[in-house]
Design a protein around this ligand. Sequence first.
Ligand SMILES: [Fe+2]
Length: 260
Amino acid sequence: MRLLFLADVFGSAGRRAVEERLPGLRDELGVDFCVVNGENAADGRGLTPKLADKLLAAGADVLTLGNHVWARDEIGPYLAQSERVIRPANVASGSPGRALAVAPAADGTPVAVVNLLGSLFLDVPVGPFEVLDELVDEARRAASVVVVDFHAEATSEKIAVARWLDGRVTAVIGTHTHVQTSDARVQPGGTAAITDAGMTGPHDSVIGVRTDLVLRRFTTQLPIRFEPAEGDVRMEGVIFECDGDGRATAIESFRLLDNR
Ligand SMILES: [Fe+2]
């Protein structure tokens, strides 16, 4: 099975790139299943039901989120009833939504996707290691192919989670930093991993935000309102493959320039 993970879709520029390119890309790349991180799709912060539906219609089988999960009020009721849009497992215990989705690949094989937040430099009520094993066990009961979106800031925590899960899941894909790392690899136990899959959005920016606004905030400390940038739109992510038991056989980073 061949899977595509599209990294954090940022703002309208990123979302338009997904809508324009993903339907064709699925065929061109021979992709059987596609996961898209949509946590920055709504003006750079969060996801709305309308945008979630657009990304799903463009060819995402499952959408994942991250630290901006609650940036938009209207996403709560949507997550409560959605089976394909998931939020991180380690948010408040009373939060709506689920952290595990199971959806069929092109040939009908079930694929499980889970979503977690890192605890370093992010504000989480419980650390990922507190919930990881139970979540992965539940995913493995539902599917042999299990994809983990680990949305975290620190490279150390992301590599540690990838090693902890080696041999138990198909892939651990790091998200959140919007900077693609060059460490895509299949670990000894058969779990593919990358520290960060990058960003699908405007790269003429500071991780998606207009450069002038970020620099003004850093240099003045005034509460400058951030706006998404527009230029140099790229799609980034990873393509990986696995056998029938869900063991990863290959992974490579993915980058597509000039989507506009
Ligand atoms: Fe994030």
